[in-house]
Design a protein around this ligand. Structure first.
Ligand code: NAD
Length: 349
């Protein structure tokens, strides 16, 4: 029997991954989330039904999905005390988890990263406990999501922004200063991944996603928030900062495809970009949503809002050369999907 572990399984990336695993495999999935941000699976799984086994919910008719609600660090502590804690308590017959996807983290949008940097720093403790457990348990494969926020902010300024390439982070030579406590925790997480691989023989791959988005992302993120306002035909259209700042948007379905490709190919803890390679400013994004919604709003800049670095986008050359991989979903198609979802929600009200 194969069983995968997904931490942060009720968050944006996690729930998309859980759904994908349930749809494309016959394996079991053990999902952990404290629901601090994440949503209970009854909200995002079709035909939801569940029973209770001790303190987990066993979800679905096939009883393949197990949901442990709580702080992942507590579960890691129990598993450290008793390496067979899960197997014994929930009568599950397996030696090691197959794939471990570690999405539990305090993330949030720009408001949280700049407004409450110390809570985001708790990611350091989640990741340290996680990697310590990983080196003991030795799952078959591990996926660690770093972030484009790990790149030096000095490469993302108004005059000097470049397309960020994997080699711009080199633990032997140049690190630079990453983006706030969030970037530091991700950079540290990558370093721990490399240590786990090199010193403990753990098979681990890291991704550096740029701006991942999708239909079911929280409204605190720019893409669904802007789509919802376009669906309401907002005019004037408010934008944080001047709107000239840019990001590299990549659809969650492409992110998941990339993860599975990478797990088959990388096991030494190294990290790869996942973006489109294209810089899109927020003004361009609003214009695109305006085009989809069929109107052309005037822009109202909100200069007191936090905007982060000026331009953050990926150089995807290494990924293309090494793996022959590139995202399939165009900016227009992805944003149209998000818009359609927001429009449907609006029309239902
Ligand atoms: N979405 C993106 O575009 C993006 C980009 C770069 C990196 N990442 C990384 O991917 C991972 C997932 O991101 P996301 O967008 O799904 O974020 P998210 O906030 O939607 O999901 C994180 C989940 O972890 C849960 N959580 C937080 N602390 C926890 C704890 N101590 N114990 C158990 N659960 C806890 C939250 O409730 C939430 O459901 C994060 O590590 C993030 O840094 C995401």
């Amino acid at each position: 029997m194969k069983i995968h572990l997904v931490s942060g399984g009720c968050g944006f990336v996690g729930r998309n991954m859980v759904k994908r695993l349930l749809q494309t495999t016959e394996d079991k999935v053990f999902m952990v989330d404290d629901l601090s941000i994440g949503r209970h699976p009854s909200e995002w799984l079709e035909d939801f039904s569940s029973t209770t086994l001790e303190d987990v919910e066993v979800i679905g008719k096939e009883k393949r999905l197990f949901f442990w609600k709580g702080d992942f660090r507590n579960l890691l502590f129990y598993m450290r005390q008793n390496p067979r804690y899960i197997q014994e308590k929930y009568h599950l017959d397996f030696e090691h988890f197959s794939d471990v996807f570690h999405f539990a983290a305090i993330v949030g949008g720009r408001m949280k990263i700049e407004g409450d940097p110390m809570i985001v720093a708790l990611d350091l403790s989640i990741d340290a406990e996680f990697f310590y457990w990983v080196t003991q348990h030795k799952p078959e494969r591990v996926l660690y999501p770093s972030s484009s926020a790990a790149y030096p902010v000095s490469l993302q300024t108004t005059d000097g922004a470049i397309a960020l390439s994997e080699g711009d982070i080199n633990f032997d030579k140049n690190l630079g200063t990453p983006d706030m406590t969030y970037g530091w925790s991700k950079l540290t997480g990558e370093f721990l991944a490399q240590i786990a691989a090199k010193h403990y023989g753990v098979k681990v791959a890291c991704i550096r996603p740029f701006s991942g988005y999708g239909e079911d992302q929280e409204q605190s993120y720019p893409v669904p928030a802007i789509a919802a306002r376009a669906a309401r035909n907002e005019d004037p259209f408010e934008v944080w900062g001047s709107g000239k700042q840019g990001r590299d948007f990549v659809h969650i379905d492409d992110v998941l495809d990339f993860i599975f490709m990478l797990l088959d190919r990388v096991d030494d803890g190294s990290a790869y970009n996942i973006g489109s390679g294209r810089l899109t400013s927020f003004l361009e994004l609003i214009a695109l949503f305006g085009e989809i919604a069929g109107y052309s709003p005037t822009i109202k800049p909100l200069l007191d809002k936090p905007v982060g670095v000026h331009s953050r986008y990926a150089n995807m050359d290494v990924v293309l050369e090494k793996f022959g991989w590139q995202p399939k979903i165009s900016l227009y198609e992805g944003m149209k999907r998000v818009y359609d979802r927001q429009k449907m929600l609006l029309d239902k009200k």
